[in-house]
Design a protein around this ligand. Structure first.
Ligand code: TXA
Ligand code: MG
Length: 362
């Protein structure tokens, strides 16, 4: 406790207009980045924790603030697509086409890195992740800083990614130099990460931009093992994939099957109400959602993620944090059926559950 208190740093918390970011506030944040400090900021996916992506010492501060393992590389954020050319000497033609189609936006491309990229950002790999975000505050900040901004999600390592300014303040106040608070994240799950050094390219982390979206532009794209298998991969394709991720304090359990089967699995697991608060996350089927709600059990906190995959993505991380706040010791989730546009939310849910499924009754 006292050790942590000694490490505390003064955090400036600033609220910025998401549509017309105030130039003087952005300039202040840009100064923080340029002078080697850390600044959290909104993006269209989730909030990020930024530092000068070309400054090794600055990038190290991110790992310290988050408690992030040093072998998990960061994404460099750029203000304009052409800026990727400084970060790599080998830009595959398919990467150019994807940049044209999806940047600025929620796509991260892994390419071989050039000599300017510091070791801390790449965790010693030969590659670097690059993304050009569309969020106005993010874009203005990168421009003002005048350097690519290295930024992981702005949560404590292992926690659900932050989709509101309040989430960031709760995780990082006292650990970073500045927090730019603004609108809630529009998308709500992190960017699609694609390894462009392979041909066909391989999706390492599914996101709003789906496999079908990518294939419409560049033809065949593969999914890394683990995204499809429903079990922890033996050899994670991306360093980040081997860590426990997106985990609320509560233990998460997944139900899979028809809505009725999932309902039965969850009611069975919730038992007789003697095991603390049971959180329930419903997806899709409004009848089943109301069936849970009609229980009116004091030991059950029921939240709906919505009725389509975009809503699930938007609501997921906030819902996990809200169920923690409601005191849930376990969270039961109705896992959406596998489809091109549910891969991202299934992936995050499987990680947050550590691939734990409720028993399927015969
Ligand atoms: O939407 C996003 O991508 C957000 C916002 C802030 O831009 N950022 C984000 O960063 O989610 P982070 O650090 O939480 O996740 C980056 C993921 C990790 O799984 C990491 O292992 C992987 O990308 N990654 C980064 N660089 C890589 C590389 N060179 N090779 C393979 N995987 C890489
Ligand atoms: Mg993260």
């Amino acid at each position: 406790m006292s050790e942590k208190a000694a490490d505390r740093i003064e955090t400036q918390i600033v609220t910025v207009n998401g549509h017309q970011p105030e130039p003087e506030l952005i300039a202040r944040a840009g100064d923080v980045i340029r002078s080697g400090g850390t600044c959290a900021f909104p993006t269209e996916t989730v909030y990020g924790l930024g530092a000068d992506g070309l400054n090794d010492a600055a990038v190290r501060k991110i790992f310290k603030a988050k408690g992030r393992p040093g072998d998990n590389p960061l994404i460099l954020h750029i203000a304009e697509p052409v800026q990727i050319r400084r970060l790599t000497d080998e830009l595959p033609e398919k990467a150019e086409r994807l940049a044209q189609a999806f940047w600025p936006g929620p796509l991260t491309m892994i390419v071989r890195h050039s000599a300017v990229v510091p070791r801390a950002a790449t965790a010693g790999l030969e590659t670097v992740g690059v993304r050009c975000p569309s969020n106005r505050v993010a874009n203005a900040l990168i421009r003002s800083a005048g350097t690519p901004i290295a930024a992981p999600s702005a949560n404590l390592s292992g926690s659900p990614s932050p989709t509101t300014g309040e989430h960031v303040v709760r995780d990082l106040d006292g650990r970073v130099d500045m927090i730019l608070m603004s609108d809630d994240s529009e998308i709500g799950v992190e960017s699609t990460v694609v390894n462009m050094t392979l041909d066909p390219p391989v999706i390492l982390r599914p996101g709003r931009i789906t496999k079908d979206d990518l294939e419409a532009v560049i033809g065949p794209v593969l999914l890394s093992e683990g995204i499809t298998s429903g079990a922890a991969p033996e050899h994670p394709a991306s360093p980040g994939m081997k860590y426990t991720h997106y985990s609320p304090r509560a233990e998460v359990y997944l139900a899979e099957g028809t809505p009725e089967e999932m309902y039965r699995q969850i009611m069975e697991a919730a038992g007789n109400g003697t095991s603390g608060i049971n959180g329930v996350l419903t997806t899709g089927d409004s009848q089943v959602s109301s069936a849970f709600l009609e229980q009116q059990r004091k030991d059950m906190a029921v939240l709906s993620l919505g009725d389509n995959p975009r809503d699930y993505e938007h609501n997921l991380f906030t819902a996990l944090r809200d169920l923690d706040d409601a005191g849930a010791s376990r969270i039961f989730v109705m896992l959406p059926q596998a489809a091109d546009d549910t891969l991202a939310v299934r992936d995050r849910l499987m990680h947050s559950a550590g691939y734990r499924f409720l028993p399927k009754k015969a």
